[in-house]
Design a protein around this ligand. Structure first.
Ligand code: ADP
Ligand code: MG
Length: 540
């Protein structure tokens, strides 16, 4: 409960920038709720004056008033709906953007620890759930609560005796609803986990669709999918069952209450304590109260889903982020040295350490290649230098300064990287290269591509450096992608260049070209290139 409140609190704080529109929405909801009892209130004079007393004035006035009430209610409901959804939409867009930003800033260890699809489903599913909760739920909660209050006031004003029966029934109904909501919450959390696993499996299968085809893995993958799909369906059915049971249960309780109220009403009417008009007005208002009550109980499900989703989102927000953004104003250093001293690292839940007692020192202008077989820890060493993981033993120094004293932004400003896995973005070649340095001119882009020996194939393309590479760069060959990644790393104005098996996807000829190009870097005329050293890791 306390948790719920703090989650609510955070959601509300998220909406605070839009408080002006929220106030408009609130006022419109208050107006709507205030007009709600007017209709039953008009019932009493309609019956007592128009129908029983046959008052000619009342015959005209009452139909006009009824139309007026509906026009007024229509306007205020429209304003309430549009303005409240506006606030909700803006809030959700803010949260979505924040989730994305935080996700990019999470330390690598957290990325590794997350179940694959959880990340995707957080943005696609969780945020949508929160969206539904804040868009429909807050309007339903405020407007319908006000409506219930307005109608209740009218009921008590008309006949407190009959209202007593209602007040006795209310706690029973709320107990039933509360029980159901606790169950629902648990099922919803399970639903989110299974949705995440499903998304993960889909993501993985789409990425590996070629492997699945060639190895005939359809059935195994389909089995895994069907398994998760089934679990997901079961959880969904559980939620639906609880949800569906909720409504008839509340209705049956309502029917019993109505029966008792009518019994009291007819008794009072027989003793002339209640006019026929008042009796009808009372029953009308009571009938009207069940709608908002039902909406309120129904909204509980949406709200529980939203809260569960918000909790999962906030749990990510609450993880410590390292301020890793490299586009900060940190200057690149010149003529640096890189030193590793007795580095040791073991992956969580790995039996063997990935690195034991690794030391080396590289100075500006030098190219050092570390050679080792696959699994020997080359990529892990790069991850340590780049600050994707932190060493358990030993330390890394840049310019004799332990980088653990630096911000990650400062450290990463000094580094450029061609990872073992090349990742390109769905953009043009030039845009992909500029990912390394956004303000690079076309000439500089071409220069970097030339050094990476990519220009020959690019100049043969009709659109040259403005050719789109497709999602993940899939319009290019592996070797072409790798050369683009090298160009992207070269163009970043960073003194340390990390290359993790940079030529593994290249044929002999391109490899020689690229290596010679890298060799030339040291003799290059531009000042940053002179200071650069390359720290290369090659497979044996
Ligand atoms: P290389 O790049 O030289 O092929 P890696 O640095 O990728 O080697 O891996 C070194 C060792 O660490 C291997 O034994 C590998 O199984 C292990 N390893 C690599 N990444 C992880 C990880 N994320 N979790 C657990 N163990 C890992
Ligand atoms: Mg590797």
């Amino acid at each position: 409960m306390k948790n719920d409140l703090s989650t609510y609190g955070r959601l509300i704080r998220e909406a605070l920038p839009y408080w002006k529109v929220a106030v408009v929405a609130m006022l419109a909801m208050i107006a709507t709720a205030a007009m709600e009892p007017l209709l039953p209130a008009l019932m009493a004079p309609l019956i007592d004056e128009s129908l029983i007393d046959k008052d000619p004035n009342a015959l005209i006035q009452i139909p006009l008033l009824i139309v007026a009430v509906f026009v007024g209610k229509g306007i205020s409901e429209y304003v309430a709906s549009v303005s409240s959804q506006y606030v909700a939409n803006r809030t959700v867009a803010d949260i979505r953007s924040e989730v994305f930003a935080v996700q990019m800033d999470l330390p690598m260890a957290d990325h590794a620890a997350e179940e694959g699809g959880r990340l995707l489903s957080r943005i696609t599913y969780d945020v949508a759930q929160v969206g539904e909760a804040v868009s429909t739920a807050w309007m339903v909660i405020i407007k319908d609560t006000l409506m219930i209050i307005g109608l209740l006031a009218f009921l008590i004003y008309t006949s407190w005796e009959m209202s007593l029966a209602l007040l006795v029934a209310a706690p029973v109904v709320s107990y039933v609803v509360k029980k159901a909501s606790i169950k629902m919450r648990r099922s919803n959390q399970a639903l989110q986990t299974w949705t995440g696993r499903l998304t993960g499996l889909i993501e993985e299968s789409l990425l590996a669709v070629k492997d699945i085809k060639i190895f005939g893995g359809h059935e195994r993958q389909q089995d895994r999918f069907d398994d998760i799909n089934k679990r997901l369906r079961h959880e969904q059915m559980r939620v639906i069952k609880i949800q569906s049971l909720n409504v008839p249960l509340v209705q049956i309780l309502a029917a019993i209450t109505i029966g008792i109220v009518i019994l009291i009403g007819t008794q009072m009417s027989a003793r002339d304590l209640l006019s026929p008009g008042e009796f009808v007005a009372y029953i009308t208002a009571m009938g009207m109260i069940f709608d908002p009550v039902r909406r309120l109980t129904g909204v509980n499900a949406t709200l529980q889903r939203g809260l569960a989703a918000a909790e999962s989102i906030y749990s990510v927000f609450d993880q410590p982020l390292d301020k890793q953004r490299t586009e900060s104003t940190e200057p690149a250093l010149r003529h640096v040295s890189l030193k590793a001293k007795q580095l040791g690292f073991t992956y969580p839940d790995a039996e063997q350490p990935a690195l034991i007692d690794v030391s080396f020192e590289v100075h500006a202008g030098e190219t050092v290649a570390l050679v080792g077989p696959s699994g020997s820890g080359k990529s892990s060493l790069i991850a340590l230098v780049a600050g994707f993981i932190e060493p358990e033993q030993g330390a890394i120094f840049i310019d004799q300064d332990p980088v653990s004293n630096w911000t990650l932004a400062k450290r990463r400003r000094q580094l450029s990287l061609v990872g073992q896995q090349v990742n390109l973005f769905d953009a043009t070649i030039a845009e992909n290269i500029r990912f390394g340095r956004p303000d690079a001119t076309d000439d500089e882009v071409r220069d970097a591509l030339k050094q990476a020996h990519a220009l020959e194939f690019i100049d043969a393309l009709p659109e040259g450096i403005h050719t789109p590479v497709g999602p993940f760069g899939n319009k290019l060959s592996g070797g072409q992608r790798q050369r683009l990644a090298i160009a992207r790393a070269l163009i970043k104005d960073a003194p340390i260049l990390l290359l993790d098996e940079p030529t593994s996807a290249l044929d002999h000829q391109s490899r020689d070209h690229v290596l010679r190009g890298l060799e030339n870097l040291k003799a290059n005329r531009s000042s940053w290139a002179q200071a650069k050293f390359i720290f290369m890791l090659l497979k044996l």
